[in-house]
Design a protein around this ligand. Structure first.
Ligand code: RB5
Length: 145
């Protein structure tokens, strides 16, 4: 898959770790930064990843900030983005199975590298179930109008 990654200064180390994991698993990574601990504004990176997902340029997005919250709130402002903050593997699996999430967000100040890897694996390995969940996701999409 082609996956866009992004983070702010609080999340860039974990984002870089996850990007390396993705590459190691054979995925193509489109990293929008940031790439240092210099203070930046998370909405800029959330928007860059969200736009790539919404346009179809990439299949999925992964965003990391301190809590995982700010990047999700920002990315969800972009039409077509369904960003879910998942700081545990169950939430990651459910965000795909029931919500058809297309952007995973993680809090680097909450989860360590090992747990983040499990969260990412759960997100990538779970398919959207469709059916009644498709109807509900359709109603979410309708809220964009
Ligand atoms: C940065 O201090 C922090 O506010 C940011 O990484 C994120 O947690 C915001 O939601």
């Amino acid at each position: 898959m082609k996956i866009a990654t992004g983070a702010d200064h609080a999340g860039y180390e974990l984002k870089d770790h996850l990007a390396a994991e993705l590459r190691g698993s054979g995925h193509e990574v489109d990293d929008v930064g940031t790439s240092s601990g210099d203070s930046v504004d998370y909405p800029d990176f959330a928007a860059a990843v969200g736009r790539k997902v919404a346009s179809g340029e990439v299949d999925l997005g992964v965003l990391v900030c301190g809590s995982g919250l700010g990047v999700a709130i920002a990315a969800n402002k972009i039409r077509g983005v369904r960003a879910a903050t998942c700081n545990d593997p169950y939430s990651a699996a459910m965000s795909r199975a029931h919500n058809d999430a297309n952007v995973l967000t993680i809090g680097a100040r909450i989860v360590g590298e090992g747990l983040a890897e499990e969260i990412l694996r759960a997100f990538l390995s779970t398919e959207f179930e469709g059916g009644r969940h498709g109807r509900r996701v359709g109603k979410i999409t309708a809220l964009e109008d």
